[in-house]
Design a protein around this ligand. Structure first.
Ligand SMILES: [Zn+2]
Length: 273
């Protein structure tokens, strides 16, 4: 068995993971050696990035073209009042360096588009969707299926949320379930519907948890179905959904499906919060 060498500070920093069954020193080494891409630095992105940076993921790539607004602050806990007007990726980078300066963080102050998606996501061991719109979720799905990268996608609205984790080619993907973007979807996905500030952080913590499990070699649990929750009722459910043999993304992974689909929203313009 490979002998794992940690620096003294790493042993102290990651001690609770090192002594945890199913993670251990081997798991911590995997976390330190991994690269995770996070699309979005807002309500979902803040808790995802915070947990992954704290866990010692060695290389984080964060993409978001948005600026911090005052209305973001209740649900985006890595952005402070003094950050209003700054790029979200600049604000988040500052907090992450203060939290764990051992890790490498790359920031991209732009939106994920058809043009940059493969370049941004390539080389990641795992990808977390922390966007707020269907177009970006389909894009992440299609590119990750194409590149063979495990990932998860979350959606939140009002008091509710849902999460899907995907092992490409093996489990149900986002397009297996939702097929395509239908007209009217975007209005429901936008902040117009509102949501309670605890919902995105709750979802984000679970997304980070799925990512960590995937990296250390444990099975993701939100595969082949949707985990759903309602924080008004405190109800939690898992709806099993089988992989669709006709799925346009899963059945032809050699071509990212977004290249052939005629999206009814312009992905080059899609916005992430
Ligand atoms: Zn599929």
């Amino acid at each position: 068995m490979e002998r794992i060498q940690f620096a003294e500070e790493q042993i102290r920093r990651y001690s609770r993971h090192i002594i945890l069954q199913d993670i251990g020193s081997t798991g911590v080494k995997k976390l330190i050696g991994s690269t995770i891409g996070i699309v979005g630095a807002g309500g979902l992105g803040c808790p995802v990035v915070q947990m992954l940076a704290a866990a010692g993921i060695g290389h984080l790539k964060i993409i978001d073209g948005d600026n911090v607004e005052l209305s973001n602050l209740p649900r985006q806990p890595l952005h402070f009042t003094t950050d209003v007007g700054r790029k979200k990726v600049d604000s988040i980078l500052e907090k992450i360096i203060a939290l764990n300066s051992e890790i490498q963080v790359e920031i991209f102050p732009e939106y994920l588009t058809k043009a940059n998606a493969i370049k941004f996501l390539q080389g990641c061991d795992y990808v977390v969707d922390a966007s707020d719109n269907f177009a970006t979720k389909f894009l992440i799905n299609d590119v990750c299926i194409h590149l063979g990268i495990p990932f998860n996608i979350a959606g939140v609205v009002q008091w509710m949320g849902q999460i899907l984790s995907v092992d490409p080619g093996k489990t149900t993907c986002y397009r297996c379930i939702f097929h395509t973007i239908s007209s009217g979807d975007e209005s429901m996905s936008c902040s117009a519907a509102g949501f309670i500030n605890t919902v995105p952080s709750f979802a984000g913590i679970l997304q980070a948890n799925e990512a960590i499990k995937s990296i250390v070699g444990l099975h993701q649990k939100f595969t082949n179905g949707l985990f759903t929750f309602d924080l008004r009722e405190n109800s939690f459910d898992f709806i099993p959904i089988k992989q669709n043999p006709e799925c346009a993304a899963c059945s032809h992974p050699e071509i990212p499906f977004y290249k052939t689909e005629n999206y009814n929203v312009d992905l080059d313009q899609c916005n992430i919060q």
